[in-house]
Design a protein around this ligand. Sequence first.
Ligand code: HEM
Length: 436
Amino acid sequence: MEQVSPEVVSPTGCPVSALGQSFDPFTDRFQADPYAIFEEARRDEPVLYSPGTGAFVVTRYDDVAAVMKDPETFSASNVVDFVVPPCAAAMEKLMAARFVPGPVTVNEDDPEHRPHRDVLRRAFSKERLAELEPMIRGWVADYVDKFVKKGEADLVLDYMWEIPALAAFYLIGVPDSEVARVKQFAVQRAELNFGRPSEERQVQLAEEFGEFWEWCMWHVDTLWENPNSSFMSEMIELAKEPEYSEILDRTYIYRMCMNLLFAGHETTTNGAGNAFVGLLTNIDQWQRLVDDPSLTKNAADETLRYLSAAPMWRRRATRDTEIGGVKIPAESQVLVAFGSANRDEAHFPNADQLDVSREDARQHFTFGWGRHKCLGQGLARMEISIAIEELTRRLPHMRLVEGQTFDYAPTIIFRGPKHIMVEWDPTQNPVSADRP
Ligand code: HEM
């Protein structure tokens, strides 16, 4: 039974409910199934104060929409803040690497945000996505080739671990040989920035974060001198023009490089992992895709709704306000529970069911909403759809290894399985060249 202290009060001075006191994304119960807790919150206390996170948590679809549609009242400035401020020893490591914290588009408000978003938008033009599509198809086919005859695989490590990184690296101009190293940097950054590491672990992570930062500085400096055809190089060339030099200084580009090297693939690896967990634990829906591949694009969105890769996101109240009748004082931290809104019955009928033909699947919040809505959403959708399509075609008889439970890295805003073990009889592979 949870211990509930009557003395715990929210920033408004109101006593915090038992549900609020137990709401903590780092607990085993939350890690195992956040959806049961979200459901309880939507029903009993849709806007609650959680002392564990120091934030008001907003769980209903309409309330989440209200927050996201009002960027003047709900600033994005806290999005990439450290959940646990680094201890002095960890700070020393960051300073030693000359790390400069600061704005990075996703945590900017207008007027600074808009011109940076306009520059970033160029990375995701129709032309660039069209250029990337055949490359993604090629990588996906190559990775399946590596395990298709084996009869077993880990769909995270053997399949969708590196592919989103290859796409993001292409945009950023990072050579493929660096994938494993930078991928590891990104995992550690997630833990330092959005997890709750012990002081000892913080120091270790800060050292690696520092190396990541130094690597980004080195990469940008190299492109500064030797441009290539990547988006990052295009951005650097813009920064050299007088018109852009004020909004794009070199430190901003270092940070942008670091952020894209993180946001551009970690999220998609998680999204694809969630898609396979969703489809393979609802095998009738997997079978529908095997029978009718034209549903795959919609299925990608439906899995992003059903198991969100960004179940919670951050905002900061800029003034005294109210959400769903609950007073929120200025400067409060707010967690918008996208994963909960995505399962709100008031918006999505039969919300707890995965339905690959759901008509309004795209109305989920997993890519955010409004001014900051994810710029990589088209790329992420493409990667996840192609990954599903290739497996439903070449391994339609694939199944989850029985008895496994899924582990998730403990962070406040991201969620995706670390491993997904699957098996099949390779002699039954439908494509003859795929049989042993
Ligand atoms: C399933 C995969 C992904 C998920 C779940 C995801 C999620 C998000 C979320 C929740 C936001 C913030 C939205 C807001 O505050 O309203 C965001 C912003 C952003 N994402 Fe993604 N993302 C994904 C893939 C990508 C990819 C592949 C890239 C780039 C290669 C990318 C680049 C960005 C950028 C640049 C922003 C900042 C936009 C702005 O502030 O104006 N994302 N993403």
